[in-house]
Structures are given as C-alpha cells and as structure tokens.
Design a protein around this ligand. Structure first.
Ligand code: HSE
Length: 447
C-alpha cells in the first residue's frame, strides 16, 4: 500500500479567544509568509471556539468558523491541532484529553494544568501517538523548554533558576523605585494588565511553582507536583526590605530555584524552592526589571546559560504557541509525532527524586526584627542567635523612637543552617520587646 499523501496544509482550531488566543490569530496572520517559507506548507486557522462570540477583538477572522462549540471544534476533521487557551483545570483537562482521544495534537499554555495533570496528559498522548506542545507555559515567549529539551539535551543539568513570574518582578521593581507599599503597586500592575484580576497565583508564588515543576522535570527528570515545592510569595515584603537590600549591595527578586546538591550521605538531592531572594546587585538576574523573565540553566558541558525575555503578554506568548504549531505541523507531515519526549526524558526515566529540606539549607539570612527601642533588646536578639552559632555580619537600626515605640532592627547573618535560624526566630518572636513577626529573606551569593 502506498503511504497516504502528505496534507497540503495543517488545520488549527483554537479554544479560547482571550489575550493569548487573539495573539495567536495575529501571529498566524502577520507571520503567514515566514511560516510557509520555513515549513513549506501553510498553517490554516480553521476554527475558533469561545463562550463570548460578540466582543470585537480587533482581529481579522474572515474564513474562520467562530462559535461557542469547543466540542464540535475538537471533533472537526479539518482540525489537526487543538490549541487550548482557556486556562483552569477541569474543562481544559477534559478538552485536552478528548482531543487526544480523537487523535488530535494539542498545544497549550496551561502550566497550572500540566503541573498537576501533566503525566496523565503526556501518557495519553504517548499512547495515542500525538504530540503535546507547551512552550508558552513557561517564560512566555522565551524558548526555554525547547532549549532544555533539545538544545541542551547533551548536558547533565546542574541547575535551573531565575525570575519566572513577570507580575511579581514588576511589583518588586516598582516598590523599590517608588518606595510605595505592596498593595498600591499591585493595584497598578492590575490596572496595567500585568497581574490577573485574582492575583493570588502570581503574588503567592504559585504560578512560579507551576513553571518550576515543569522545568525540574525537564532539567533533572524529576517527577514532582507543584505541591512538593516549598513556595513563598512576596506579600510580606516591605519597601524597607528593598531599601536595606540596596544598602547591603543586593536586590530582592522572587526566584524559582532548582539545583542538584550533594547530600551528607554522598547521594544526590534536589534543592527546589520559590521565595523572595537577595542576590548581589551586580549579578545578571538582578538587572532584570519590570515584567521581564530570565531563566538561567547550568549544564555540565555548556556551563552557564541565560534566557531572557517577555514572560507574558499577547504577542510574546503567541510566538511560543505558534512555534509549537509549526513543530507539530512538521511532525504531522513527516509522520513522526512523538519524536521527542515532551519532558525531554523518556517516561520510564522520570522518577521522584529525594528533595533537600528547607531546614538543611546553609546560607546567609536577612532578618528584619520589629522591636521596642529599649536598651538590651539587641543583646537579647544577638544572644538567641549566638546560642545557635549564628554569627552576625551587619546590623542596621532604622530610626530612633521612644522606648515604647517599635523600630526595625535589621541583621545580616553569616552562613548558618536554616533549621537553626528558624529555631532562633521562634524564641526571638516570643520576646516581649519584639512586637511583630520577624521578616526573613534568604540570601544567595551565587547560584
Ligand atoms: N501571570 C504570569 C506572570 C504570566 O505574571 O508571569 C503568565 O505566565
């Protein structure tokens, strides 16, 4: 039997015509020629489904069937690749699994879904012989997943870390620039469209944890869920912390960190966490401002690499979606779907890896105590630290109040075990002269 003739074009169906969906339509239109010149065949936008078919998105939808029938789109024989851009868990999962069942390839930007149900989706796709593209789910337009999966595939990856959430990076940058508190700057981020209407996933670090779950799977073959990742957001950070960081030669960034570390027993552990971090002001990551993302990958052969760019937004995110459409289009034409494992490692090579506990971390800490301005308070704090062998590197006391008033007392420690620091803080926060919970920011001199 002779092979089926290659399709002359690849049919695309988009579910969800929000910001990214509209961007995908725009990029498919504006890049039509370059796509054809690179592929040798066109990507044809066949169908779009969205519950809101009335709103004018300012894009040319001529020749495209546009209605609210996502199920019909999935079943449509003209649609070869289903693009899921509705976000969320249940409905998106149902659409994706149904599309796979129907033999359709899938492209999604839904990191929340993949961080929770990725293994189910990838396994379903493997069994059905279709591809799942998800470049847009991490770092917006930055091709970081493709770099890990293919460009850096020859490396044993030693670390992957960086600024993975644009909203929080914008908020920290603006708080530092203006001295305004978190709530005021967050409101501005929402007005500018950087933050979601419900900003919880962004500001509490959950969005970054979703992305880091995918990155550590691709970097280390580590099969985690995002709930395994210790996660702290930026709500508690005050302008004073950012000002003090500057005085000490640091900037504060919400970092996602994944690295291979040697355990005391000689085995390997994965140190994985999301939290505000003080990093040296002259480091490359410290210069990443506003809503930009930057992700550093260290491979044993390539050494350090850094990927920088827009981590969100209509056209940058659409750039990643359309790149996935082009790659899958090629696979369809060549009949080579499943050529590369989605998480870079073959499913049988993925495994749960032992994680380093936060208490085992060994580093320097920024501690901001809130204490009554009375003689002897500093000695009590220093005593609690000293008893646990936590050395003090520098101290700043901001302002001078009456003895009844509280003032911030800032301490930078020498390297110490985090379990000892946490233990000392329990004692210090119980002191009668300490009037608020101590704020802690981990310091990373080099990653
Ligand atoms: N809300 C995300 C961010 C964008 O602020 O980075 C999409 O990942």
């Amino acid at each position: 039997m002779s092979p089926a003739p290659a399709k002359t074009s690849i049919g695309i169906g988009v579910i969800g015509l929000g910001t990214i969906g509209t961007g995908v339509v725009k990029v498919l239109r504006r890049s039509e020629r370059v796509i054809s010149e690179r592929l040798g065949f066109p990507l044809r936008l066949v169908r779009i489904a969205d519950i809101d078919t009335e709103r004018d998105r300012g894009v040319d939808l001529s020749g495209v069937r546009f209605d609210a029938d996502a199920q019909g789109l999935i079943e449509d024989p003209e649609v070869d690749i289903v693009v899921e851009l509705i976000g969320g868990y249940d409905t998106a999962r149902r659409f994706i699994l149904r599309a796979i069942e129907r033999g359709k390839h899938v492209v999604t930007a839904n990191k929340a879904l993949l961080a929770l149900h990725g293994h189910e989706i990838f396994e379903a796709a493997r069994r059905r012989g279709v591809d799942v593209g998800f470049e847009a789910s991490v770092g917006g337009g930055i091709p970081i997943l493709r770099a890990l999966r293919e460009g850096l595939a020859a490396n044993r990856i030693l670390s992957v870390h960086g600024i993975m959430n644009g909203t929080t990076n914008y908020v920290l940058t603006e708080m530092e620039r203006t001295g305004e508190p978190f709530e005021v700057v967050l409101k501005r981020a929402q007005d500018l469209g950087y933050a979601e209407a419900d900003p919880t996933f962004d500001v509490d670090g959950i969005d970054a944890a979703h992305k880091l779950t995918l990155l550590v799977a691709m970097a280390f073959g580590a099969q985690l869920t995002f709930e395994d990742i210790p996660t702290q957001g930026i709500r508690h950070i005050k302008p004073l912390d950012l000002e003090a960081a500057q005085e000490f030669g640091y900037r504060v960034k919400l970092l996602g960190i994944g690295k291979i570390v040697e355990a005391p027993d000689g085995g390997e552990r994965i140190d994985v966490r999301i939290h505000p971090t003080m990093i040296p002001r002259e480091s490359l990551l410290a210069s990443v401002d506003g809503p930009m993302n930057a992700i550093a990958v260290h491979g044993d052969a390539v050494g350090p690499t850094l990927f920088y760019g827009a981590g969100a937004g209509e056209l940058p995110t659409a750039s990643a979606v359309v790149a996935d459409l082009m790659e899958i289009g090629r696979e369809i034409r060549r009949g080579s779907a499943g050529r590369v494992a989605p998480l870079s490692y073959l499913p049988e090579a993925l495994s749960r890896k032992p994680l380093l506990g936060l208490g085992e971390l060994f580093g320097r800490y920024y501690l901001c105590f809130t204490a009554k301005d009375r003689p002897g308070v500093l000695a009590e704090i220093a005593g609690a630290l000293g008893e646990r062998e936590i050395g003090i590197d520098s101290v700043i006391q901001k302002g001078r109040g009456r003895a009844s008033e509280s003032v911030p007392v800032i301490v930078l420690t020498h390297p110490a075990r985090e379990a000892a620091v946490a233990d000392a803080l329990v004692e210090i926060d119980r002191l009668s002269d300490v009037t608020a919970a101590t704020r802690v920011v981990r310091i990373e001199e080099e990653l």
